[in-house]
Design a protein around this ligand. Structure first.
Ligand code: MOS
Length: 710
């Protein structure tokens, strides 16, 4: 019987955050700190002909100016996603080549931030400039290579099964359409920042890191020192969404420069610098073909994707991941192509692949429903697949139909007229739209230490971290449940490489990785105490006079992945109100139902979905990063030019969970909730816009000029 698991527990870290005592990377008070400021390229392709640092070096307080001519030593890491990983394969300042606008070409270090910044502006650079390619229409696309090997979640983009020509023939209805998404920015509230502190040959790094142990190994390799000499400290992260998983070039340079100078060095990036140097979601172009018989049973699905990468790294936005898990079809054709642009390196951004993939597929399913005159919920129910059509495995648990039916019920979907332009309110067109959501469930190895103290408190220690998403609370809830103690008595310490390896906060896998380890460590510590309950253990501890009872447990996935595919499911339902005259679109109502296995903490899980829906509404209505086609520089580069939703743009978002534990996946039964919430959101909005207006919009974002009836 659950005592606290699945209930609504407020954030353990809430008070620290609202009172400002939560310490983020740039805020750690390190004595003797000096400051860095990046010098960045003002062309997008070419070579540095000359770089003159004399004026910068003469500024009082400037201690060093690093360029490719005097770059501090850096060793290439293994860079394989297992031992070590950096975001850009090219090491910073490794030569005089400029691959994209805003690329790092120097670092000025001074005693104050202002002097470092002033110095950076005094560095004079002459270039041999070439015309950059920043638009996909001018780029050459080729078959996308596999980034990780077949075993990982990101499969090779190419896949074909069945007789596609036959599948498309004799259909009662077909859809063939192309959907696009623009370049999108992560825009975390906490900017990228790092403090690197060397003490002799030991390195401490204060940096927001989604993968503490991975960063530790990566910096060790980059600096050619033993892993034990590196400590990563990251107790709080102010949002990451995939852009704080591995060291970027600025961080590598900061660590190397601090070593050379033997001074603790702080480097904080501006929003403009983040645009070029800390990742984005690649623009995509996706062609979908669907065919179905008169009953709405699919006979063919094709999904062909184009995305872009930078000249210095291969990153494919893996949109076709979702195609074989959503709907059953006897024949399927998947293809991913990639082109190189002179733009910064794209990377993982909340539901990489799944998010743009579901935009296209769920828009196309809506188009098919209209073509067949079928309810879009009905069409999805008729076609759900019982197995992962690429892996050939059944799903460990799947309650997708519950999501659709519960969502439809809550929203009042049965009252939706099956025609466009049928609903109006106060002179505005009203539309109702829906779309499915999905995300794979991943789990990794994790180790957790539990300590029982004589004052009746429980300490949980692991080098996992909390990106702002609720890990502190989820871990406390899990321990409280396992030991039968109040959540308030549990103290959680995260984000320090001196603690046991807590795995990665990425791929929505933290809960599924950590919760089983917490549960096992709690059982272990009771065994250590030779007690069956925590209260008996605390009594025994006090009588023994010992400082603590402690135990460490490590858990990892077994071979369950050979029997099942693990995937989470969901459905979004929304209402939009549209003033066609001026192209004003408002999202006025939202219902999301998610099947994520067991819900560990209702409050933070619902917050995760709400945050993701808000991010998806931003993607639907406003988010886009544009580049000047001639000079190749981003013309959208900060929070003033990159628009995302404010409170006034967001309606009440109702979130419900199916809540059935997936014990085939792990002993906690939880599948994670970080990313699924954003998938399908943009499609639900565009589908609602079609219902409101009769206008099918296939190019995100749905800005006013696309929405007016001119
Ligand atoms: Mo996530 S895009 O795996 O941080």
């Amino acid at each position: 019987m659950s005592q606290v698991m699945g209930k609504n527990v407020s954030r353990k870290d809430g008070r620290a955050k609202v009172t400002g005592t939560a310490t983020y990377a740039a805020e750690h008070p390190i004595p003797g700190l000096v400051h860095g400021y990046l010098v960045t390229a003002s062309i997008a392709k070419g070579r540095i002909k000359s770089i003159d640092t004399r004026a910068a070096e003469e500024i009082p307080g400037v201690m060093a100016v690093f360029t490719h001519k005097n770059a501090p030593p850096i060793c290439p890491p293994t860079n394989n996603f297992i031992t070590s990983k950096i975001y850009e394969a090219r090491l910073p300042l490794s030569d005089d080549t400029v691959h994209y606008g805003g690329q790092i070409i120097g670092l000025v270090v001074a005693d104050t931030f202002e002097r470092a910044r002033h110095g950076a502006h005094q560095v004079k650079v002459e270039y041999d400039s070439q015309p950059p390619v920043v638009e996909a229409k001018n780029a050459t696309f080729q078959e996308a290579p596999s980034m990780f090997g077949e075993s990982f979640t990101f499969e090779k983009g190419q896949f074909a099964t069945g007789d596609f020509t036959a599948g498309m023939a004799d259909a009662a209805a077909t859809v063939e359409a192309t959907y696009t998404t623009p370049t999108e920015l992560h825009a975390p509230m906490e900017p990228h920042a790092i403090i690197a502190q060397w003490q002799g040959d030991s390195l401490s790094v204060y940096e927001p890191s989604q993968w503490v142990m991975g960063s530790q190994r990566t910096y060790a390799e980059l600096c050619d020192i033993p892993v034990e000499k590196v400590r990563i400290i990251t107790p709080y992260i102010g949002g990451a969404f995939g852009c704080k998983g591995f060291p970027w070039s600025h961080a590598i340079l900061c660590v190397a420069a601090a070593r050379q100078l033997q001074r603790p060095l702080k480097l904080v990036l501006s929003r403009r610098q983040m645009t070029a140097n800390t990742g984005h979601r690649s623009q995509t172009e996706q062609r979908i073909r669907l065919a179905a018989n008169a009953e709405g049973i699919l006979s063919a699905i094709a999904h062909e994707v184009k995305s872009c990468t930078s000249p210095v790294e291969v990153f494919t936005e893996p949109c076709t991941n979702i195609t074989p898990v959503m709907y059953a079809a006897p024949t399927m054709q998947l293809n991913q192509e990639l082109a190189v642009l002179n733009v910064g390196t794209p990377t993982f951004m909340r539901a990489p692949g799944e998010n743009p993939g579901m935009w296209a597929l769920e828009s196309a399913m809506d188009e098919l429903a209209w073509a067949l005159n079928l309810d879009p919920v009905e069409l999805r129910l008729k076609n759900e697949t019982k197995e992962h059509q690429r892996k050939g495995l059944p799903f460990s648990a799947k309650h997708f139909a519950d999501c659709l039916q519960m969502g439809a019920q809550q929203f009042g979907w049965k009252d939706r007229p099956m025609q466009t332009r049928a609903l109006t309110r106060e002179g505005q067109l009203i539309g109702w739209g829906m779309a499915a959501a999905t995300f794979p469930a991943l789990r990794g190895q994790a180790s957790v230490k539990v300590r029982l103290l004589p004052d009746g408190t429980v300490h949980i220690l692991t080098a996992a971290n909390d990106m702002g998403t609720g890990a502190y609370t989820m871990i406390a809830v899990t321990a409280a449940e396992a030991l039968g103690v109040p959540v308030d008595n549990v103290r959680v310490e995260l984000g320090d490489s001196q603690l046991p390896d807590g795995g990665m906060a990425g791929g929505s896998m933290m809960t599924a990785s950590i919760a089983p380890a917490v549960m096992e460590a709690c059982q272990e510590v009771l065994k250590t105490a030779n007690c069956t309950t925590a209260s008996a253990a605390f009594d025994a501890l006090r009588q023994s006079g010992r400082e603590a009872f402690e135990a460490t447990a490590s858990t990892a996935p077994g071979d369950e992945g050979k029997k099942w595919a693990f995937q989470s499911w969901g459905a979004h339902f929304c209402e939009v109100a549209m003033d066609e005259e001026i192209g004003r679109l408002r999202v006025t109502r939202w219902v999301s139902v998610m099947d994520i296995g067991r819900v560990m903490n209702g409050k933070t899980a619902a917050s995760q979905v709400r945050g993701a829906v808000i991010m998806g509404i931003g993607q639907a209505l406003m988010e886009a990063c544009h580049f000047d086609p001639d000079i190749g520089y981003p013309v959208v580069y900060d929070l003033a030019t990159y628009h995302f939703p404010a409170h006034a743009d967001i309606p009440r978002i109702e979130v419900t969970f199916v809540g059935k534990p997936d014990l085939n996946f792990n002993p906690a039964g939880a599948r994670g909730v970080g990313e699924i919430g954003i998938t399908g959101v943009a499609a639900a909005v565009a589908n609602a816009v079609y219902h409101a207006t009769g206008k099918r919009l296939r190019n995100l974002p749905l800005t006013p000029e696309k929405l007016t009836n001119q």
